[in-house]
Write a protein that binds this ligand. Structure first.
Ligand SMILES: Nc1ncnc2c1ncn2[C@@H]1O[C@H](COP(=O)(O)OP(=O)(O)OP(=O)(O)O)[C@@H](O)[C@H]1O
Length: 323
């Protein structure tokens, strides 16, 4: 006589551990499995494995499997800048790595569709995302961080020259991918404050935003504009980050300020927004970024500034404000 114990013992251990219920009905066996933490492929494999094992049991003509997963309360955090080339992508990659090291389930959407650099920064250039039932499955970057970028979907070196609606459509696919149990998704926005950015922010409504700027006056004007963009869209600004602040000469050790100093902190004060910290301009950061080894992945000096900013983001995520 078939019963739950017999059926469960026919399942491989990893599948048996996920059984929520197993019922023997006259026409079929029905199993409900817990798919929490698995991505689309993992859930499909779980379902197929259970079905095959149960239908191999004598007396079972059909096994119906349902894989359920706990709803993940997912938050998107946008990293934006008013101006290009100020280090938005570098900050995003390092914040992701630092948050991961702090125990967060973090993912990265490279929404910088015109210049996607996350595949290089997080060493996933060769990966190609698959789609399961038309939903993209993120690839894995450094430290297993789930991530998606247009850079994964287009041929390397190919420029993307899309108009707003097409760009927004492509980005939706990245945002609405199967993020599994990742509950914090960092979104590397395209630089600037045009229509594309505003549409993206309004459509995908991040829970908070970080603005990056270098300390020079021109960048600061644009950073203030980025603040207005988020305000218009009703997205709270978590704080401002100053990048490329102070350069220590690798030969003589003298510190100079090619882009000025302290400007971002001043503008944060003026806009009444938190200042999250300063990242120095160093060869180590540039070299590590090009190699796909984000400095925040280890305890070296180059990563410390990123880790300190990630700690504030982590506090904001826990309490709703930066420490
Ligand atoms: N603190 C830093 N020290 C040294 N180099 C840096 C630093 N921050 C960024 N860089 C370098 O500056 C360049 C631009 O950085 P990044 O791509 O992160 O900027 P971005 O704002 O995302 O640019 P884009 O406009 O392309 O989106 C990269 O080569 C990066 O390695």
């Amino acid at each position: 006589m078939l019963n739950e114990t017999i059926l469960k013992s026919a399942l491989p251990e990893a599948i048996a551990a996920r059984v929520s219920s197993l019922l023997v009905k006259p026409d079929a066996v029905t199993a409900v499995l817990d798919g929490t933490g698995l991505d689309g492929k993992g859930r499909a494999d779980l379902e197929a494995g259970a079905k095959q094992a149960l239908e191999a049991v004598e007396g079972v003509s059909e096994a119906r499997i349902a894989v359920m997963a706990e709803r993940v309360d997912r938050r998107f955090i946008a990293i934006g800048s008013g101006k290009g080339g100020v280090g938005k992508s570098t900050l995003t990659a390092n914040l992701a790595v630092a948050l991961k090291r702090m125990g967060h389930n973090v993912g990265v959407v490279d929404a910088d569709i015109y210049g996607p650099s996350q595949p290089t920064l997080l060493a996933s250039e060769k990966e190609k995302p698959e789609a399961v039932e038309q939903t993209l499955q993120p690839v894995r970057g450094v430290m297993g961080i789930p991530m998606l970028s247009m850079g994964h979907l287009i041929a390397p070196g190919k420029a993307i020259a899309w108009r707003g609606p097409m760009a927004a459509g492509a980005l939706t696919q990245l945002v609405e991918a199967d993020w599994g149990d990742a509950d914090i998704i960092l979104m590397d926005l395209p630089p600037g404050t045009g229509d594309v950015q505003l549409t993206m922010v309004q459509k995908h409504k991040p829970q908070g935003a970080i603005i990056v700027s270098t300390p020079q006056d021109l960048a600061l004007i644009d950073a203030a504009r980025a603040g207005q963009l988020f305000e218009t869209a009703g997205v709270p600004v978590i704080g401002l980050v100053e990048n490329m602040a102070g350069y220590a000469c690798p030969h003589c050790g003298e510190v100079s300020d090619p882009f000025g100093q302290g400007g971002v902190e001043k503008i944060a004060e003026r806009l009444e927004l938190p200042f999250l910290g300063r990242i120095p301009l160093t060869m180590a950061i540039r070299e590590a970024s090009d190699k796909g080894t984000p400095p925040a992945a280890d305890d070296g000096d180059a990563g410390a500034a990123f880790t300190a900013i990630a700690a504030q983001l982590s506090d904001w995520l826990r309490q709703g404000q930066a420490a």
